[in-house]
Design a protein around this ligand. Structure first.
Ligand SMILES: Cc1cc2nc3c(=O)[nH]c(=O)nc-3n(C[C@H](O)[C@H](O)[C@H](O)COP(=O)(O)OP(=O)(O)OC[C@H]3O[C@@H](n4cnc5c(N)ncnc54)[C@H](O)[C@@H]3O)c2cc1C
Length: 433
């Protein structure tokens, strides 16, 4: 993709009204990206495997199928990385176990994420994918309780390599915002351009024989007489023995049986125009990416050309549309008053499909068909590969995943709106404690 005609620095003008008549802002990551032409699926075709969705999970599954010598087609509603995978903060945390209570589980999850990060970095290096890789992140505490929790994490045996607590003064060497009481520096976490990475990985899957069909929304999935599946799009259909559904927030409409296992959460990002270097250095001298340890968390990092990427989270609420930039700007101004007026180059929203527990969802929906959805780039890449392997009904490791229980949403069958309002109020209180 070359620079699109709607690129402008003035808010609404760089929003694109797409064919579905929804506002779809262009992301910073996509501006200077060149992508191949990937025609839609047409007619009736036969493959060994079919994957729905070209995010990290879907491309990972496709690469797995192709690398094992199977023919595979990925059917993608829009384009590679159109979903959360091309719209995220690009901050890859290798120690995500914070959600889990069990120490053994935490260590297993963290090891798997570490291995996945190494694999992705190696693939990018070997195949010359330019991902703007950087190392080091800081988790940020707003309250005294959060700072104590980070200090405890730094001194615990399960702390990731190079983890170091920063008190308020030490933190000021990296970030100058009155909002923060402390931080946890983690040397091994990485940041990168997620869209460029995924585009490179999709090309790698294609080199190994995978077909990626864009503008190919899947409208129906049904079992076929021979034991496999028939997957239909508007202009074609695929017959295959194996199926992986990796459709993110599109999963529910495709597989209504699993709708209650995923909740949609929203996060928004703005990228500024280049900022005067002295001004940026005066508030954010560090290249370490940051994220607050709160439910309604803010995250930010420096980008090349002295730009700033600044993200926020609104949990259940989409704020897509003209108010998006204003909302991000008000949170930016609250964090860094000095940067409150810098123009935005781009601003966008993304949606995330998550289980209530925030653990990966892997479920067999037919003997050789598996659904996967995870929260996070590393977890999604990992789970995509496991999903592809699990389409072999004999894949033994799959059975251990079945013990991963998920709570149905809305909890206890309560009215969803009421539950969302209550949960938001509770999380807001917890964020301030
Ligand atoms: C704003 C934002 C910030 C984030 N920040 C981070 C971060 O810093 N670090 C991190 O690790 N994670 C982050 N995440 C989460 C991470 O991006 C996701 O968890 C991950 O990318 C999910 O990958 P996926 O492949 O499962 O889903 P997706 O990337 O959403 O892919 C699903 C694909 O399926 C397609 N699709 C849907 N329905 C159909 C259909 N019927 N037919 C065909 N195709 C269909 C969609 O178009 C989409 O391309 C963030 C997410 C967002 C939105």
């Amino acid at each position: 993709m070359s620079e699109p005609p709607w690129h402008s620095t003035t808010g609404i003008a760089h929003m694109l009204l797409d064919v579905t008549e929804q506002w779809r802002p262009q992301t910073y990551y996509a501006f200077d990206l060149t992508t191949p032409d990937r025609p839609p699926l047409e007619g009736s075709q036969v493959f060994d495997a079919v994957v729905v969705g070209a995010g990290f999970a879907g491309i990972s599954a496709a690469l797995e199928f192709a690398s094992s010598g199977m023919t595979v087609v990925v059917l993608e509603r829009e384009h590679v990385a159109a979903g959360a995978s091309g719209r995220n903060g690009g901050i890859l945390l290798l120690s995500e176990g914070t959600h889990l209570a069990d120490a053994e589980e935490v260590s297993a999850v963290d090891k798997a994420l570490g291995a996945t990060a190494r694999e992705l970095v190696e693939l990018a290096e070997k195949h010359l994918i330019d991902i703007d890789l950087r190392r080091g992140t800081i988790r940020l505490a707003i309250t005294g309780r959060q700072a104590r929790a980070l200090a405890a994490t730094a001194s615990s045996s399960g702390a990731s390599g190079g983890a170091r607590f920063l008190n308020r003064e030490e933190l000021r060497e990296h970030i100058r915002s009155a909002r923060y009481t402390g931080g946890l520096y983690e040397r091994d976490n990485i940041t990168l351009n997620p869209h460029k990475l995924l585009e490179g990985l999709a090309s790698l899957a294609e080199e190994r024989g995978a077909v990626v069909a864009e503008s190919s929304e899947v409208t129906g999935v049904e079992p076929s007489a021979g034991g496999g599946v028939i997957v239909r799009t508007r202009d074609g259909e695929v017959r295959a023995q194996r199926l992986v559904v990796a459709a993110g927030t599109g999963t529910g409409s495709l597989l209504p049986s699993h709708r209650k296992l995923l909740v949609t959460a929203y996060s928004q990002i703005a990228v500024t125009e280049p900022i005067d270097e002295q001004l940026l250095d005066s508030v954010l001298p560090s290249w370490a990416a940051t994220s607050e340890i709160a439910t309604f968390s803010r995250y930010f990092r420096r980008l090349p050309d002295n730009r700033l990427l600044f993200g926020i989270g609104t949990l259940f609420d989409s704020i897509a549309g003209p108010g998006l930039e204003q909302r991000i700007r008000s949170e930016l101004r609250d964090t860094f008053p000095e940067l409150g007026d810098v123009p935005f180059q781009s601003a966008w929203e993304g949606d995330i499909a998550s289980t209530v527990e925030e653990t990966p969802l892997l479920d067999r929906v037919a003997p050789s068909a598996v659904l996967t959805s995870s929260n996070g780039v590393l977890a999604s890449w990992n789970a995509g590969r496991i999903a592809a392997r699990s389409t072999d009904p004999a894949y033994a490791a799959y059975d251990s995943l079945r013990t991963n229980k998920h709570t149905e949403w809305p909890l206890m069958g309560l009215p969803e709106q009421l539950l969302k309002t209550g949960a938001k109020a509770l999380f807001r209180i917890r964020d301030r404690l």
